[in-house]
Design a protein around this ligand. Structure first.
Ligand SMILES: Cc1cc2nc3c(=O)[nH]c(=O)nc-3n(C[C@H](O)[C@H](O)[C@H](O)COP(=O)(O)OP(=O)(O)OC[C@H]3O[C@@H](n4cnc5c(N)ncnc54)[C@H](O)[C@@H]3O)c2cc1C
Length: 388
């Protein structure tokens, strides 16, 4: 049996990015995925932060975001953005998968069910051999469970939604907060020919499904005529297809201390838990993390990945895990939105939304609060809102 240099398990954004990087670095690379082409349950918003980490030329994207808005009750704060992109996960994932194959990675159309250490190689499904394994098979997939154990439910978001077959009127990405007394949000994302709407809350939060149904029926009154078919009040019938999955969302920063690599193996993307715990965005870390893991493997030491990912995006992860509970507290939300239109607070929100902020946002918020209170007293609004 031939021995490959590396077996990448999972061909999502993390795995395809890893396989491409490994092949480009001259490694004999196997890319295992049994499900391509497939449409992964996802909002498909490429995070503005780290947009440059993701290979997403115009041919691979659906549309550019024009703004990102945050709504709480009757208050809406809308931030114009220039960098955000929206993708369909079947199209973008297929694009990344093709790029890996073009670089020389060999697709193995198998679900990995068996992994054994045999001397200094890995025996995969009893049929393939490789020196290193990169586990990129998603949240609580086979490799995560095999190497470090599943992510406990209390550190997961439940995320689910609909592809609603109506053409968006503008490319506004909406986050709706406070719809439920839990940690998370509802979203409305624009795509080229449909809306992607859904919820993302701590797993087990009561009322998530009902909140999503209310959003659907309030915005687009109508009824389901069959699974996946929705008739609007106008009589028009459109596709409305349900999707859902889990997302890592570490509620304790100490979980990021735990290694995600070892002798001959490394985990990346959702398998490594590398998702921002506040909002559940993981595509940026999956794409960059995949490449960094392949670099570590090419250098002959997968554990170097620990140093590489920490250098690039650990600060944001630790801060998000530490502040998640505080941010979603109802008092903080009410206060933030009450003062959110002032130049002091909206300026901070706009910088964060555009991925231009590197500091400690919570601390900065509290420092700006006295000024924001004075600005609110004098009815001052940020100029971007004043002109909206
Ligand atoms: C509903 C929802 C909405 C989301 N919205 C956003 C968003 O808008 N923006 C954002 O940045 N993030 C979002 N996320 C998170 C994002 O989808 C993930 O962070 C991202 O997909 C992680 O990429 P990955 O490559 O690690 O894993 P995945 O994309 O899950 O890919 C894993 C791959 O592994 C394959 N696989 C699984 N098991 C095996 C096996 N045993 N053998 C071989 N192959 C296997 C699968 O077929 C799949 O192709 C969302 C997640 C969900 C659930």
């Amino acid at each position: 049996m031939a021995i490959a240099d590396v077996a990448v398990i999972g061909g999502g954004p993390a795995g395809s990015s890893a396989a491409r990087e490994a092949a480009e670095r001259g490694l004999d690379t196997l890319l295992f995925d049994h499900a391509h082409p497939r449409r992964k349950a996802c909002g498909g918003g490429l995070p503005v932060k780290g947009i440059e980490w993701m290979d997403a030329p115009d041919e691979a994207i659906e549309c550019h975001m024009s703004s990102i808005s945050f709504t709480h009750g009757s208050t809406k704060l809308k931030v114009p953005v220039a960098k955000g992109k929206m993708v369909r996960r079947d199209a973008w994932d297929h694009y990344l998968f093709k790029r890996a194959a073009e670089a020389g990675a060999t697709h193995v159309n198998e679900r990995v069910k068996q992994l054994e250490r045999d001397g200094d190689t890995w025996l995969i499904n009893g049929t393939h051999r490789a020196r290193y394994v990169i586990g990129a098979d998603g949240v609580n997939g086979f490799t995560r469970r095999h190497f470090v154990g599943a992510i406990p439910r209390e550190h997961l978001f439940a995320a689910s939604g609909y592809y609603l077959g109506l053409k968006p009127v503008e490319n506004e990405v909406e986050f709706i907060l406070g719809a439920l007394p839990g940690e998370g949000y509802l979203w409305v994302f624009p795509k080229a020919d449909h809306y992607n709407i859904g919820y993302c809350y701590n797993a087990g939060t009561p009322g998530m499904k009902q909140a999503l149904e209310k959003l659907l029926h309030d915005r687009w009154p109508g009824e389901f005529t069959a699974p996946g078919r929705y008739r609007l009040e106008s009589g028009e019938e459109v596709e409305c297809i349900r999707f859902g999955s889990a997302i890592p969302s570490y509620n304790d920063p100490a979980l990021f201390d735990e290694p995600v690599s070892g002798d001959g193996w490394v985990l990346v993307g959702d398998a490594a838990g590398h998702v921002n715990p506040i909002h559940g965005e993981g595509l940026n870390h999956a794409a960059l993390g995949g490449r960094l893991a392949a670099r570590a493997v090419a250098e002959g030491d997968p554990t170097r990945f620990e140093e590489y990912w920490r250098e690039h995006y650990a600060k944001e992860m630790y801060r998000a895990a530490s502040s998640k509970h505080r941010i979603y507290r109802p008092f903080f939300m009410r206060l933030g939105f009450a003062l959110g239109g002032t130049p002091a607070v909206f300026g901070l929100l706009a910088m964060m939304t555009r991925g231009e902020y590197e500091g400690k946002a919570m601390r900065d918020f509290w420092l700006r609060l006295p000024l924001a209170a004075v600005q609110a007293l004098f009815g001052m609004r940020h100029r971007e809102l004043a002109s909206a």
